[in-house]
Ligand binder design. Structure first.
Ligand SMILES: [Fe+2]
Length: 276
């Protein structure tokens, strides 16, 4: 008897529990910071503070993604993790469909490079690293490389979020790691990129016309595609030998708690006037 048909296993019931966790967590239904940010009232100091904290998370995410690759339970998961890792680091996706494969020597602008395809056979460009896009975004805000991206710039809530990413998303326990990935994907697809972009467009128009938004719009496009495949992925995870529902659900919940701590920290900072 294979694991999927073992007594007491019910994929539909598990899927309902997993969906419940990611659909009803407060960071998904009521993120106080991004809801406020979308109104477009953020000051230059607010945008700078968001940029610094987001840069720490984005950079530390690469470390968590590398751990996820190292701890991958099988070759497919290992390769799927490398697609994300290497694209983060600057390998431009090569379109899978020949008709879409136009430039042999791709540019690095996030508004031009594709958010779909594979890093296999793709070209590495320093300027295509997501972190370098964020550096470009930060420049007109008066923030330089040394102001961004490391733990020493983190508030305690950002620090906590990064610790949880490494512990859960990068976990050596496959069920925990898959739960955390499921949570991160759902959070990312639930609309926070769009809320930030809305607020940033208002800020750009009002006082910072040279602000390049490619870092944000690229990620929004990426997430729009990711959301499509999750049910199939969940089924695969569920059928993996040794899969543990409880550890998956705990990993998902604790990961969202970490994400929520990050945004709540930013929300408190804006209300108390803490700036970077
Ligand atoms: Fe990224």
């Amino acid at each position: 008897m294979d694991a999927a048909s073992a007594p007491g296993r019910d994929f539909a019931a598990f899927q309902a529990r997993a969906d419940d966790v990611v659909r009803h967590h407060p960071v998904v239904v009521a993120n106080p910071y991004t809801t406020w940010f979308a109104k477009g009232e953020a000051t230059r100091d607010d945008v700078r503070h968001l940029t610094v904290q987001f840069s720490v998370f984005s950079h530390l995410f690469i470390e968590a993604q590398l751990r996820k690759v190292i701890n991958a339970p099988d070759l497919d998961t290992y390769r799927a993790g490398k697609e994300i890792l290497l694209n983060e680091l600057g390998v431009v996706f090569r379109p899978l469909h020949a008709e879409a494969a136009k430039p042999l020597e791709p540019g690095t602008d996030p508004e031009i490079v594709g958010a779909e395809g594979t890093v296999d056979g793709g070209t590495f460009r320093f300027g295509a690293a997501h972190f370098e896009w964020l550096l470009k975004f930060a420049e007109p805000l008066g923030l330089r490389f040394e102001d961004l991206g490391t733990r020493r710039h983190a508030t305690s809530s950002t620090d906590f979020f990064c610790d949880e990413l490494l512990r859960l998303y990068g976990s050596a326990d496959a069920s925990t790691g898959e739960g955390a990935s499921f949570a991160v994907e759902h959070w990312a697809a639930a609309g926070f990129w769009k809320e930030l972009i809305q607020g940033l467009r208002a800020f750009k128009e009002r006082e910072c016309p040279d602000l390049p938004l490619g870092f944000w719009t690229f990620h929004d496009q990426l997430e729009d595609q990711h959301a499509a495949h999750t049910e199939e992925e969940l089924r695969e995870v569920y059928d993996t030998p040794g899969f543990d529902e409880e550890r998956f659900l705990r990993g998902a919940t604790q990961m969202l708690d970490g994400v929520y701590a990050f945004w709540r920290g930013l929300d408190e900072d804006r209300q108390t006037g803490r700036v970077s």
